[in-house]
Design a protein around this ligand. Structure first.
Ligand SMILES: Nc1ncnc2c1ncn2[C@@H]1O[C@H](COP(=O)(O)OP(=O)(O)OP(=O)(O)O)[C@@H](O)[C@H]1O
Ligand SMILES: Nc1nc2c(ncn2[C@@H]2O[C@H](COP(=O)(O)O)[C@@H](O)[C@H]2O)c(=O)[nH]1
Length: 194
């Protein structure tokens, strides 16, 4: 990505349930920033759509893509495989800035590979708030425990990110704030070109 031409790769990261998807998708829609969708072997949740939230694939499909070097990064979380394809990033990035929602490992790898073009937005909330949201979503106690088991490790990544935003109150307020953060990057480059 040496010639980024004023474009950015925004990576939303932070603990599961902190609101990354809600915020990232709303901000992406407002600013016309395209989403790069990960591949996973995890089953689709009822509210998720194939091709929008994830590309849901079989273990064999994932293994084949990994073996042929298609993933820029991939890993296993709680027994399921997740990865982002290099070709998906580059084809979306050709058209403009993009965003992804990744855990800390993916965020780290992209930053190392692509450098300053990658801007990491760390969203967080306290453990109780996340738990309450997950109860409201109807998740079972074992599911909640599983997802919260990464909480401390995920929180420790915050200080390394370019931006850290607490999402505990009004969701609209967080979306507004993060929209302004991204707009600063996008407008900075428009101004530079004047
Ligand atoms: N500020 C907020 N106030 C109230 N509810 C919120 C807020 N932000 C997000 N939520 C809700 O919290 C839940 C988790 O949000 P979301 O799915 O966006 O988080 P996530 O970080 O992408 O987590 P996961 O990876 O588990 O999906 C959703 O039900 C969402 O509507
Ligand atoms: N490093 C990567 N992390 C990813 C990718 N796709 C999703 N994720 C993160 O995994 C966990 C679990 O996700 P869930 O949807 O099953 O709850 C979460 O932190 C995601 O952001 C990826 O391609 N690479």
């Amino acid at each position: 990505m040496a010639n980024s031409d004023g474009k950015y790769i925004f990576v939303f990261t932070g603990p599961d349930g902190s609101g990354r998807k809600s915020v990232a998708d709303a901000v992406g829609l407002t600013l016309g920033v395209r989403k790069v969708i990960s591949y996973t072997t995890r089953g689709r949740r009822p509210i998720e759509e194939d091709g929008q939230d994830y590309n849901f694939v079989s273990e064999a499909e994932f293994r084949e893509a990994a073996a042929s070097g298609q993933f820029v990064e991939h890993l296993t979380i709680d027994g399921y495989r997740y990865g982002v394809k290099e070709a998906d990033i580059s084809s979306a990035f050709e058209k403009g800035s993009v965003y992804l929602i990744l855990n800390r490992h993916g965020a780290d790898i992209l930053r190392e590979l692509y450098g300053d073009v990658v801007v990491r937005i760390f969203l967080y909330a306290d453990r109780n708030t996340i738990r309450e949201r997950q109860v409201q979503e109807g998740l079972s106690e074992p599911e909640i425990e599983q997802r919260l088991s990464h909480y401390d490790e995920d929180m420790a990544y915050g200080p390394q990110c370019e931006h850290s935003v607490e999402n505990i109150n009004d969701l609209g307020h967080t979306i507004f704030h993060v929209t302004n953060v991204l707009e600063e990057y996008l407008q900075r480059d428009l101004v530079d070109k004047d």
